[in-house]
Design a protein around this ligand. Sequence first.
Ligand code: SME
Length: 166
Amino acid sequence: MYDFKPADGADLAERYRELAAAADALTADEPDGVANMANVAALLWEFLPDLNWAGFYRVGPAKTGGAAELVLGPFVGRPACIRIPFGIGVCGAAAQSRATQLVADVHAFPGHIACDAASASELVVPVLRDGAVVAVIDLDSPRPARFTEADAAGIEALAALLADRI
Ligand code: SME
């Protein structure tokens, strides 16, 4: 049985260190990327309050053989849109720019894709392997401006840890 839980009263940086340590323990010896993403989605949900969606989109081939796009991966939350072209919405912007997207108000973000009408703010971090984006980590919250630069730094560290494990 795994019982990874955040320590009571830990500050945000400490909480992200605990999250990364739990993710490291769960993924270090497991070569199956889907299993690793599934467990990390569960950890994100366990460790971070005020989320309504936490998970992964992977870069994969388009159904029609066109340009690569984002394809829904393991997550916790409500069913979500399955395919997102690069450059579209918050996830597509992160994939295209290879840069973290910290969005305080998703309704003000051009092209935001509303998978759940309850979402108010969003953090999307690209997972880079050898400089190429292989996935994004997407967090949504029903609370406006839920995510800070400290959250972005914590999720970026997690993305770096996972780059060769998903
Ligand atoms: N809102 C995202 C789409 C993914 S869902 O939030 C799970 C976006 O605009 O990219």
